[in-house]
Design a protein around this ligand. Sequence first.
Ligand code: SF4
Length: 94
Amino acid sequence: MAEEKKIRIGKLMVDRALCIGAASCVAVAPTGFELDAENKAVIRRKVSPPSSDATLRKDMEDQTIDDETLLLAAKSCPTAAISIFDEEGNQIYP
Ligand code: SF4
């Protein structure tokens, strides 16, 4: 039986031009995302300030979030503003 490959997220980012501040991502993963003063989604990070820029999974503030939840948050975005990459840098979503 073929074993289903587990998702391994390496990096994620938010396209601020696409983000409309719908906050679905925040609802799905509140420890992963928040809205900034411009009502754009930013990724919560461990040491640096929250940002929409490409952020390594290991630099996210909440290391207990699972990859499925992050992927679900990206899929919940009505404009597909959240891009997700695997550890090799291949785009997983959208
Ligand atoms: S769900 Fe998409 S549009 Fe809504 S805040 Fe998050 S990134 Fe922005």
